[in-house]
Design a protein around this ligand. Structure first.
Ligand code: GCU
Length: 495
């Protein structure tokens, strides 16, 4: 072998250490310059358990603590005793820099403190969006002006955001979105972008004259069968002169760990596993919402300065993450988001950090997040109290833009598991950032450690930061009639 050949072989070895999935096409004897260009990565086809294990190995974690069970009768049932709910009452300082300086001006917030908080959420909780994510080209699949939402005539458009996959043609990502606007608009319409998912609604609205689906169905954000339910959210929006856009999260990134080597995360990594600070599904869904907003920005009929983001449950988490990281979104409705959303990890009530670091939900977060669920690792044992940031700071990243934290009630199915009271405390704690930036908080300026959630049905809607626990279940349609006028007021919309 010549020196040059030895060097090439060495380089290939190095590459296969750096890129564990590297498969070299060609025999050892052919290892010259051309074989390098032919080298191609074999897409990983791991199960969720395999991917989770790989991340534990990367992080040198030996053992995780198991999360509590949501079943009240299980031996390891989650805690629901309020007396035991605050083992870590002091949360990371919101308005103090990492070097201990108080943050007393908007300037220091924007220049120093906010970037610090963003960095910590990116490296430890939700992950980073890679520097070069391929471009998205939007195609109109179908357009119709003969549709109705409820009884309201609308114009609808079905779209596909095709991601350039020339870097890895084996992985295709096509973001699905349906945009629906009131038929008659005098001026560009505000639009609420909604993460589709649990309650359907990602399709085109029905044709005028076709029978309506039974019950209160459609994109209702609630059970279709309850005769007393409010009209579906989309109907309320159109009636109020708003448009809506439903984005399908799974078309951006799968909702499981096995999918992490596919979707937009997998495409950027060319089918290889994540590194510890790579983005998780929540950040990927938020990225997809941002690309969908890019498209809306090209439409004269949309008021792109007044586009909001909404989601319920895991998509409530995604809506909050979207709002926190993409400052072009003007308003957010965070529905029943729980842990990983508005609920602090430092609380001990219902779902715990350990549920999200286990193999069922870790894919929402970046790999590094798993470290905090470790019982035994190269770093020893870490827990929620070791996290450098918590949910009050995520809510604060939305300031001063209008931010509505919404829940339902456990009696109707918005389970205690979500820890509504914890989310309330975080909302109170986040208020300081809104006040600093000249915006209004929820009106409760008590110490977050002792702040108590008001009775369900109480509206704290006078501020840019808003809170309301409605009397329905695991949905946010029951808050839509409160959200719309509140958003109109803070976005200076007349309707
Ligand atoms: C589970 C999970 C929650 C999540 C919810 C959902 O209950 O533990 O964190 O919000 O599913 O998305 O439906």
């Amino acid at each position: 072998m010549s020196v040059a050949q030895i060097w090439k072989v060495g380089q290939l070895r190095l590459m296969s250490i750096l890129l564990p999935g590297l498969t070299v096409i060609g025999t050892a004897g052919q290892m010259h310059a051309e074989s390098l260009t032919e080298a191609r990565l074999e897409l990983k086809n791991w199960t969720t358990a395999e991917d989770h294990r790989n991340m534990m190995e990367q992080l040198e974690i030996v053992r995780l603590r198991p999360g509590p069970s949501g079943q009240p009768t299980a031996p390891n049932a989650a805690n629901y005793n309020p007396e035991l709910a605050n083992p870590y009452p002091d949360w990371p300082e919101l308005l103090q820099t990492q070097t201990g300086q108080p943050v007393e001006s908007a300037d220091v917030w924007w220049q120093k403190r906010r970037p610090e908080i963003v960095e910590l959420f990116e490296s430890e909780i939700y992950g980073r969006v890679p520097e070069s994510v391929p471009d998205v080209h939007w195609q109109v699949e179908e357009e119709a002006d003969d549709r109705v939402v409820g009884t309201y005539p609308v114009r609808a458009r079905k779209l596909l955001g095709v991601v350039d996959n020339s870097s890895c043609p084996d992985i295709e990502v096509k973001i699905q979105m349906v945009l629906v606007l009131p038929y008659k608009i005098q001026q560009p319409a505000p639009v609420l972008m909604m993460f589709g998912g649990f309650f359907g609604g990602g399709g085109m609205p029905r044709k005028a004259g076709e029978p309506a689906p039974p019950g209160r169905g459609g994109f209702g954000r609630g059970p279709a069968t309850d005769p007393n339910a409010d009209p579906p959210s989309v109907e309320q929006l159109i009636a109020a002169g708003w448009g809506y856009a439903v984005v399908i999260p799974n078309s951006i990134q799968a909702d499981n760990g096995a999918g992490l080597t596919r979707g937009i995360i997998g495409l950027v990594n060319r089918g290889q596993p994540r590194k510890p600070d790579d983005w998780g599904s929540l950040r990927a869904w938020a990225w997809g919402a941002g690309r969908s907003l890019d498209y809306l920005e090209t439409l004269p009929e949309v008021d792109s300065m007044k586009v909001g983001i909404e989601g319920v449950s895991r998509f409530g988490k995604a809506a909050l993450v979207t709002m926190a990281f993409d400052q072009r979104f003007a308003v957010v409705l965070v529905g029943s988001s729980g842990a990983g959303g508005a609920t602090p990890f430092r609380r001990h009530f219902g779902e715990a950090l350990e549920n999200l670091s286990g193999s069922g939900e870790y894919h929402w977060m970046c790999g590094n997040f798993i470290k905090y669920g470790a019982e035994e690792s190269v770093r020893g044992a870490l827990n929620a109290n070791d996290l450098p940031v918590d949910s009050h700071q995520l809510i604060a990243l939305c300031a001063p833009r209008p931010t509505f934290i919404s829940y339902g009630i456990p009696e109707k199915g918005d389970a205690n598991w979500l820890d509504q009271q914890g989310s309330y405390m975080a909302t109170v704690a986040a208020g300081a950032a809104f006040r600093l930036l000249g915006a209004r908080d929820i009106g409760d300026t008590s110490d977050y450690r002792t702040a108590t959630m008001p009775a369900a049905g109480t509206s704290l809607l006078d501020g840019h930061l808003a809170w309301r626990q409605h009397l329905g279940g695991h949905e946010d349609r029951s808050n839509m009639k409160f959200f719309i006028p509140w958003a109109n007021k803070f976005l200076h919309l007349s309707n």
